[in-house]
Design a binder for this molecule. Structure first.
Ligand code: NAP
Ligand code: MG
Length: 500
């Protein structure tokens, strides 16, 4: 097994940030916790401690919710001219852009992803979410409608579109700043106030973002940031009677817990959950494009992507060649620490995730599947690396075919015809995304209609855009983020009927 490169030194800016005492952002100020518990965050490339984050207490949660509640109720944000809100959101996007280099480095060292991806994917996409959603601040509207049961002119009736109130935004660790932006941007555009709870493994970019709010012109208390554990801080937010909405991205299990807990107060809940997304390769594909496409679909971000193409279905006539190509691409991928310029794939986010992914690979072995390439971690290294892994000879009942692995592991299966592959694709509790690779337009559209998933890609994978709704069928979630639907999820309608 090749020796991995060493993690280069952090920049002076990032070292300065890491030396700062970490605090909570409540009512526009960085404040200490009322407790003394902390959570460690590590560099997954080396296993070394980066910082101790505040593990917020129930009292901290109450303070942050009270600040968001006041900021909502006194209208300092909601009542502002919408054009001014739009400008503030745009200014925040500009500030993120000005600090993009530092944010990309922080994301790379906290999550483990190669710096190149943090600076070319995570940060620009986060900026794009703010710029796109900013426009809706001035364009969200209700409507006017004459009651159908009354004579014309007897009533004046209209529908107001109002911000939902206080939102709790709970995000995961795979694309930390981007996942936060996917929720902050529409919530701000709609006029909500909010509390952001970043993932315990990756809170650094959220904290750095918190420095920029005042400069952008956001009034105090509109966005509050609480770090700490999901089971305590996250859960307290979901229970809190003064929180009106929960927007969550993460595991399907936690999504179910949140749904149950939120039922007590009937909060509005949107969930962006796991996936087991199929990649369908028809017999007519361009072999080079398809091989690279299938490899990227699973190995990008070390497979820690909700839409990762983790089930590869290739037509029998091309299966051997295609799977051989994906395995060869996997074996050539350069694993390395996040700040090394040669690294094409980083470590997993934590030792728990590494062990979890390795145990899935082990289960495939014991259930009789073949590991074509990869299949191991780097036990001689303190980073949390797992080799890109291709598995064949799988069947539908294996754990690796049914559960979300969230690592660089793809399972390959043959098929013979279109109806059969549509059945395979839909044979999952999940329904987040799928990709179809073919030159045949008719086959493309037929499969796009048959496959039950929130997003279908044709001859590409993992393409998301701030203007296009994104979300899951089945147990992959409820509601949509991005686009007009994304911002609508932070609003309520109010019908006003006046007898004239
Ligand atoms: P997770 O537990 O679902 O975490 C997501 C977020 O929810 C984190 O901020 C987490 O806080 C918080 N949380 C955890 N329990 C909570 C609760 N009871 N109430 C409120 N908030 C809570 O995900 P994970 O443990 O980090 O990862 C486990 C698996 O989830 C992965 O292997 C993968 O399958 C899946 N996952 C999916 C996505 C996706 O985009 N769909 C993203 C990440 C993970 P903490 O940080 O303190 O846990
Ligand atoms: Mg970390």
């Amino acid at each position: 097994m090749a020796t991995l490169a060493a993690q280069p030194d952090f920049s002076e800016k990032v070292r300065g940030f890491l030396n700062r005492e970490t605090q909570l952002l409540i009512d526009g100020k960085w404040v200490a916790s009322t407790g003394s518990k902390t959570v460690e965050t590590h560099d997954p490339s080396t296993g070394k401690l980066l910082a101790n984050l505040v593990d917020a207490t129930d009292e901290d949660v109450n303070r942050a919710v009270a600040a968001a509640r006041r900021a909502f109720d006194d209208g300092r944000w909601t009542g502002m001219p919408s054009a001014q809100r739009e400008r503030i959101i745009l200014r925040l996007a500009d500030l993120i852009e000005q600090h993009a280099e530092e944010l990309a480095e922080l994301e790379a060292i906290d999550n483990g992803k190669p710096h190149f991806f943090a600076s070319h994917v995570d940060i620009p996409n986060a900026i794009a979410q703010f710029r796109y959603q900013a426009g809706w601040a001035t364009k969200l509207n209700g409507g006017h409608s004459a009651p159908s049961s009354a004579p014309e002119g007897a009533f004046h009736a209209y529908v107001r579109r109002e911000p939902l109130g206080v939102a709790a935004l709970i995000v995961p660790w795979n694309f930390p700043l981007l996942m936060a932006a996917l929720k902050l941007a529409p919530a701000l555009a709609a006029g909500c106030t909010m509390i952001l709870k970043p993932a315990e493994q990756t809170s650094l970019t959220a904290l750095r973002l918190g420095d920029l709010f005042q400069e952008a012109g956001l009034p105090d208390g509109v966005v509050n940031i609480l770090t700490g554990l999901g089971e305590t801080v996250g859960d307290a937010l979901v229970r809190h009677p003064d929180v009106d909405k929960v927007a969550f991205t993460g595991s399907t299990n936690v999504g179910k817990i949140i749904t149950r807990t939120a039922a007590d107060t009937l909060k509005r809940v949107t969930l962006e959950l796991g996936g087991k997304s199929p990649v369908i390769m028809m017999p007519d594909v361009d072999m080079e494009q398809a091989t690279g496409g299938a490899a990227n679909a699973i190995f990008f971000n070390a497979g820690q992507v909700c839409v990762a193409g983790s089930r590869l279905y290739a037509h029998r006539s091309i299966f051997d060649k295609l799977v051989e190509g994906v395995a060869s691409a996997a074996s050539k991928l350069k694993l390395g620490p996040s700040l090394h310029s040669d690294s094409q794939m980083g470590p997993l986010v934590s030792s728990e995730q590494r062990d979890r992914v390795l145990s899935y690979i082990e289960s495939a072995r014991t259930q009789g599947a073949s590991i074509l390439t990869g299949g191991q971690g780097h036990s001689d290294h303190d980073g949390y690396f797992v080799q890109p892994t291709v598995i064949a000879d799988v069947n539908r009942d294996m754990k690796v075919m049914r559960e979300e692995i969230f690592g660089p592991v793809v399972c390959a299966t043959r098929f013979d015809d279109l109806d059969e592959v549509a059945r395979h694709a839909n044979d999952s509790e999940f329904g987040l995304a799928a990709s179809v690779w073919t030159k045949d337009v008719s086959v493309m559209h037929k499969l796009a209609a048959k496959v039950k998933a929130g997003t279908i890609w044709g001859n590409c994978h993992s393409m998301i855009d701030a203007s296009l709704p994104f979300g899951g069928y089945k147990q992959s979630g409820t509601g949509r983020e991005q686009g007009l639907e994304g911002v609508m999820n932070y609003t309520e309608t109010k019908t006003v009927i006046i007898a004239l």
